[in-house]
Design a protein around this ligand. Structure first.
Ligand SMILES: Nc1ncnc2c1ncn2[C@@H]1O[C@H](COP(=O)(O)OP(=O)(O)OP(=O)(O)O)[C@@H](O)[C@H]1O
Length: 244
């Protein structure tokens, strides 16, 4: 087991419904993987399993050398997760929120680290303001700050642009670009290729409960990338048509 994330033959069922079918996936240190797929493909379900928030029905899931769900406590310390819930306390300020999480994770030189993170997410000027006064975009940037505070091995982001207006999306992209530039290992879901095309070093497509296509970003022109994603979605549609 040498990859930072290694998933073998993963199956996830909800009752009779099979959402993930024998899914294989791996991520090496420093990769920024965009996990693309249409609505309902199972991206959130998959990320929740990687984040140890849901249990696999079958198969093997390893993160940073630890097996899930058996070693979930070890995995959680090595992960940063940004899901649909920002997991922030509205009645605390931005820096109080970070201090709370930093103490929970026993972050060293916490005050310096809080400042560094607030700078990265562009919230130094608002550090003493209560989070409930923040726009959704600011809350999302702070949620990313919270997720990277303890310098995790892997950052998992589930459609972080959802519900943001264009300005907020642009500001979030600035933060994500800096994170990508730091060489951090990231897995980010999206159903919109345009949102991730400048960020990712690899594009994986999740359709029919499996990773059906994978493409490194290196040297691939935009048209090629669009064609790649369209083709993956088309083949999924014809597969669904054939099984109806
Ligand atoms: N707890 C659950 N119980 C039953 N079915 C579920 C549960 N969670 C997810 N599903 C189903 O699993 C399928 C995949 O959902 P999931 O949210 O993982 O997809 P997604 O690719 O993240 O979609 P979106 O982009 O719309 O968020 C959907 O059909 C959904 O209804």
């Amino acid at each position: 087991m040498s990859s930072l994330i290694e998933v073998r033959s993963l199956v996830k069922r909800f009752g009779a419904k099979i959402v993930l079918r024998q899914l294989n996936f791996h991520v090496e240190t420093g990769e920024f993987v965009a996990l693309l797929g249409p609505n309902g493909a199972g991206k959130t379900t998959f990320l929740r399993i990687l984040a140890s928030l849901a249990r696999p029905s079958l198969g093997e899931v390893w993160v940073a050398g630890f097996r899930l769900p058996q070693q979930a406590a070890h995995v959680r310390r090595r992960l940063g997760v940004v899901s649909h819930q920002p997991l922030l306390y509205g009645d605390l300020s931005a820096e109080e929120n970070l201090r709370f999480y930093g103490r929970m994770y026993a972050v060293k030189d916490l005050e310096a680290r809080i400042h560094e993170v607030l700078e990265l997410v562009g919230l130094v000027a608002r550090r003493r303001d209560l989070v409930r006064t923040f726009s959704r975009g600011m809350q999302q940037r702070l949620a990313i700050g919270r997720a990277i505070l303890h310098d995790p091995d892997v950052l998992l982001l589930d459609e972080p642009h959802t519900g943001l207006d264009q300005d907020a999306c642009d500001m979030l992209d600035g933060v994500l670009r800096q994170i990508a530039g730091q060489g951090r290992t990231v897995v980010m879901t999206s159903h919109d290729l345009a949102r991730v095309e400048d960020l990712a070093s690899r594009f994986d497509v999740l359709t029919g409960g499996r990773i059906t296509a994978s493409q490194p970003a290196d040297g691939l022109p935009r048209d090629g990338l669009l064609a790649f994603y369209r083709q993956a979605l088309e083949s999924q549609r014809s597969l669904q048509g054939a099984t109806r």
